[in-house]
Design a protein around this ligand. Structure first.
Ligand code: IMP
Ligand code: MG
Length: 339
């Protein structure tokens, strides 16, 4: 996997953090770069009994040798960024691009009232208003913030050099395909595109340099904030099935629906998926909890995987069986997908 892009299918919160932290360790990723929107995302990593919600730094931080970069397309909230650097003690191996735009207090204030809050139900983290200022060419950039100075680096140059040298590189996307400004359920979307092509652009990597695109789907669909959710269950039914999750950034309740094959097919198309990761299968079939081998999964779980592969025409190479980094069935060897 010289250069792999990992993005979310559905509406975000599909388990990218978990899948990426696993890949970082299993494949010994050397350089990880985050694309996507900014601190509106929360990627959950459960490692060595500790839970981390990563809003700015790549989820690959669990591999202590991995360089952690934030691409120029990403919006940076300096306080969140610096707090995370401290939290994972990553001072010596973090870099962010001087061209990242900076979220200021005024952006958060604008995001927490009016139509963004009432009509769209944004995360209130200031991302939309900051991207608006960026498009208006009035945004402040990371190069203008003295506290960020020690971390500034040319991220596109670093990442492309690493690819040239044949090192293992991972690009981390945020949110999910149907929250994309272009491809999602407008106006109930985030403030930019978040498909695989956009993530590459955020980091400064051209499409010819990517070897694999892994789209992460959860075994059921959730959505926070407003906007359509086909097949939505009542809150009561979602609770009964154990699908009523709490959002990691905003603490809001997530709405829930069954796995959606039509959306999944479209996400595979829009992202050019070469592999699919399916997470939280243990929530559907508790017997899967902690399994690491495909044969250990009950028949219904294996049938679901087979049906997804048949309909999506993409191999389900990684299956999440619990919250921990290593609670994963990794089928890449048996499917002949390891590069
Ligand atoms: P914004 O990205 O904060 O502007 O919010 C726009 C919409 O995207 C809202 O419905 C949010 O709930 C949703 N959203 C933004 N980021 C995430 C995420 O990381 N996970 C899930 N939903 C998100
Ligand atoms: Mg999340």
């Amino acid at each position: 996997m010289p250069c792999t892009v990992v993005v979310g299918g559905f509406f975000g919160d599909t388990g990218k953090g978990k899948v990426i932290s696993y890949l970082a360790l299993a494949d010994d990723i050397e350089v990880a770069a985050r694309g996507g929107v900014g601190p509106n995302a929360g990627h959950t990593v459960v490692y060595k009994g500790q839970k981390f919600v990563m809003r700015m730094l790549p989820s690959a931080f669990v591999n202590e040798r991995c360089r952690l970069l934030v691409g120029p397309g990403v919006l940076v909230d300096p306080a969140v960024f610096l707090r995370e650097v401290e939290m994972v003690k990553a001072h010596g191996r973090v870099g962010l691009d001087p061209r990242c735009a900076i979220i200021e207090l005024k952006h958060k204030e604008l995001d927490r009232r009016g139509h963004l809050k009432e009509r769209i139900g944004t995360t209130g983290t200031g991302c939309g208003p900051c991207n608006a200022d960026r498009a208006m060419r009035v945004a402040k950039l990371a190069r203008d913030v003295p506290e960020l100075e020690p971390y500034l680096t040319d991220v596109p140059l670093e990442v492309n050099r690493a690819i040239d040298e044949g090192r293992r590189v991972l690009l981390e996307g945020t949110q999910g395909t149907f929250l994309s400004l272009y491809h999602g359920t407008y106006p109930y979307v985030t403030s930019k595109d978040v498909t695989a092509s956009a993530i590459c652009s955020d980091v400064g990597v051209g499409p010819t340099r990517v070897d694999d695109v892994i789209v992460v789907f959860k075994a059921y669909v959730t959505r926070v904030g407003l906007g359509p959710l086909p097949g939505e269950l009542s809150q009561e039914e979602a609770e009964r099935r154990g699908w009523a999750e709490v959002a990691s950034v905003t603490g809001r309740k997530r709405r829930a629906a069954p796995f959606n094959f039509d959306l999944a097919k479209r996400a595979v198309m829009l992202n050019g998926a070469t592999q699919v990761a399916l997470t939280k299968i243990d929530v559907l079939y508790p017997e899967c909890q902690g399994a690491r081998k495909f044969e250990e999964l009950p028949r219904e779980a294996r049938e679901l995987v087979a049906r997804i592969e048949e309909e999506l025409e993409v191999p389900v190479s990684i299956i999440g069986t619990g919250p921990g980094v290593f609670e994963i069935v990794d089928r890449r060897d048996e499917l002949g997908l390891k590069r």
